[in-house]
Design a protein around this ligand. Structure first.
Ligand SMILES: NC(=O)c1ccc[n+]([C@@H]2O[C@H](COP(=O)([O-])OP(=O)(O)OC[C@H]3O[C@@H](n4cnc5c(N)ncnc54)[C@H](OP(=O)(O)O)[C@@H]3O)[C@@H](O)[C@H]2O)c1
Length: 333
């Protein structure tokens, strides 16, 4: 029997937290590459919080996934056939091919990578979009200096684990915030952060103990109660890197916000950013720097690998509840 393509489609827009019925799993024929296209067989799919935004048609920085279309996502895989010079069967590539096994794409959307440099799944996490996000946000906005205190929320996650380790390598005191003792232990013992706070406990008391000199850089991944506890502890001239607010992605009405008057009084710089604005042209520089840290043993990373593309909807639903531990990827085979 000929092999088929396995695809996961958006069946309908979620109301609040996504459920399995919002997705549809279908088998379709393997696409035939058109002239100028490359046929790719995906081996790993990255699952990321931004996908919740793509499921919604609320106004955003990016267009929503259409109802009935393949869910958007980054994958890493192998070229099966190519009508494009520079890409040959057997090449390893990275690109936004979506929640599906096969895709036929134009070369502008492909990065050729050397599979000998690192495990393939790492190119979706520590060496992928989340790692690039960490690096760009620190370079452009956080600008941590030796001796400063850097606080990172969702510290054991895909972005947070790279943010904290780069800051640590640059000589900062790094304090993570994560959900539960197991994640906190990983953040201090494996990632080497100076301390980690469990956001399920008393945030105020733990922040006072871990950050006696206040906070110079806050990396915001979460929002909500964590943001409300961190905000009053920011020092003069602190930088708050507004990366994401996952605690609010399933909300159906806006939460009350912090009093941003402090931003005026303290001359804070609070700047949001989207990694795709300026990140990808700098990808080679980022990859070289991070590979150097990996080779010297100074950079650890943790992945949460789910087996089988059919498990992607359930794993994504869990990501929005904090069930993943480390960068969430799907092993497609
Ligand atoms: N601006 C950009 O270009 C850009 C690019 C990539 C990612 N992001 C953002 O960066 C953030 C982290 O993304 P990621 O890929 O690294 O995800 P991740 O941290 O690997 O996974 C999500 C984590 O968020 C935490 N979380 C979920 N719901 C929460 C809640 N209600 N309260 C507190 N914590 C909660 C959980 O960790 P705990 O159990 O430890 O709480 C969960 O494991 C997200 O906000 C994402 O949207 C932004």
């Amino acid at each position: 029997m000929a092999e088929t393509n396995l695809q996961i489609l958006l069946r309908r827009r979620p109301q609040g937290a996504p459920v399995a019925e919002d997705f549809e799993i279908v088998e379709t024929p393997v696409p035939q590459p058109k002239p100028g296209e490359v046929l790719v067989r995906a081996q790993y799919l990255s699952l990321d919080p931004y996908m919740r935004g793509r499921m919604s048609d609320a106004k955003s920085y990016s267009a929503p996934v259409a109802i009935g279309a393949v869910m958007e996502g980054q994958t890493a895989g192998e070229v099966v056939a190519s009508d494009v010079p520079g890409f040959a069967p057997g090449d390893t590539v990275l690109g936004g091919f979506g929640w599906q096994r096969y895709s036929s794409v134009a070369p502008g959307r492909l990065f050729k990578i050397d599979p000998g440099e690192a495990p393939l799944s790492a190119s979706l996490g520590v060496l992928g979009m989340p790692g690039l996000t960490a690096w760009v946000g620190l370079e452009d906005i956080g600008q941590p200096k030796p001796g400063e205190t850097v606080v990172v929320s969702a510290a054991s996650g895909a972005v947070g684990q790279v943010v904290g380790q780069i800051a640590r390598i640059r000589g900062c005191k790094v304090v993570g915030i994560a959900g539960g003792a197991k994640k906190c232990e990983f953040v201090t013992e494996v990632l080497g952060f100076d301390a980690c706070i469990d956001h399920r406990g008393d945030l105020d008391a733990q922040l006072d103990a871990a950050c006696p000199n206040g906070i110079d850089v806050y990396w915001e991944n979460v929002g909500g109660a964590v943001q409300r506890a961190v905000f009053p502890r920011l020092n003069d001239h602190a930088r708050m890197v507004m990366c994401g607010m996952i605690a609010e992605y399933n909300d159906t009405s806006p939460a009350p916000g912090p009093n941003l008057m402090s931003a005026v009084r303290k001359r804070l710089r609070i700047q949001g950013f989207i990694v795709s604005d300026s990140g990808w042209p700098r990808y080679p520089q980022f990859r070289t720097e991070l590979l150097g840290h990996m080779a010297s043993g100074r950079l650890a990373w943790r992945e949460d690998v789910v087996e089988g593309l059919r498990q992607a909807p359930q794993a994504f639903i869990g990501l929005l509840k904090g069930e993943n531990f480390g960068k969430l990827v799907v092993k497609i085979d």
